[in-house]
Design a protein around this ligand. Structure first.
Ligand code: SAM
Length: 247
């Protein structure tokens, strides 16, 4: 994490009334390459509307690049070819960032909350993306979607996330779960559930982006067998949540 560091123009340039040293940082531009302009536009839209629309907390506005956008961008090189579902996209993290960075991959953003799904649809249109938005709970898609990969960030504990996500992944496909500092512990705790659902042992991959930004901890699980693919089994210590009503 970096704080109090000026941007590329040396000013810690101000963007929309928010201190934004990263947008002018040439290392961020170099890392994102041709995706930079669109990711920055997405960031500006989040700054302008994210708090008011209940998408991000007020404290996140000043740290969108280092805590959220670059954390999401780190997963782009790990995406498989084909179709990838981002479960619980929320404000569009990592789904929108990945859609911008990997136009070769068909991204499907699955979000259960209506007002967030509407935001995602707006972002897809505004940013000119070829991305699908599905308002649903991931587990309600079991049996109707089978894809090459699933990504998820800050959605649920790994064992619960696996129960929702692995039944959506083809054999040979991959779950990429963006996790915090407890990634290894969560993986150890979820191993039985992963195996039951047809996953392999899993591993934690730390992916760096730009100097001064903490690496993203990605739990990567490959699907090696069909397992208990219905995903209907109870996860120890958790309960399947009832479907939420419209919000
Ligand atoms: C804490 S937010 C995180 C959003 C985003 N991934 C991020 O990192 O900022 C979790 C999101 O997942 C959605 N969600 C929770 N359970 C879900 C499920 N089973 N299927 C689809 N979306 C779900 C919630 O509505 C919420 O928008």
């Amino acid at each position: 994490m970096r704080s109090g560091v000026s941007g590329g123009d040396g000013s810690g340039n101000d963007s929309g009334g928010v201190m934004d040293p990263w947008s002018g940082d040439p290392r961020v531009q170099a890392y994102l390459g041709s995706a930079f302009g669109t990711v920055r536009e997405f960031r500006d839209l989040l700054v302008a509307q994210g708090v008011r629309r209940g998408l991000i907390g007020p404290r996140e506005v000043d740290r969108l690049w280092e805590r959220h956008l670059l954390n999401s961008a780190a997963v782009a090189p790990l995406l498989p070819a084909g179709t990838v579902i981002d479960v619980g996209s929320g404000a569009g993290l990592p789904g929108i960032v990945l859609a911008v960075m990997r136009p070769d991959v068909h991204l499907v953003l699955v979000e259960s909350m209506q007002r967030r799904a509407l935001w995602l649809e707006e972002m897809v249109k505004t940013l000119g993306l070829e991305t699908e938005v599905v308002r649903a709970r991931a587990e309600d898609l079991h049996g109707s979607r089978l894809v090459d990969g699933v990504t998820a960030r800050a959605v649920a504990r790994l064992d619960q996330l696996a129960a929702w996500s692995l039944p959506l992944v083809k054999r040979g496909g991959v779950l990429l779960a963006l996790k915090g500092d407890r990634a290894s512990e969560e993986l150890a705790e979820a191993r039985d559930e992963l195996r039951r659902l047809g996953g392999d042992e899993g591993e934690v991959v730390d992916v760096g982006t730009v100097e001064g930004v903490a690496p993203t901890h990605v739990v990567r699980v490959h699907v090696v067998s069909s397992g208990a693919r219905s995903g209907q089994g109870a996860v120890s210590g958790t309960r399947r949540r009832k479907p939420r009503g419209r919000r």
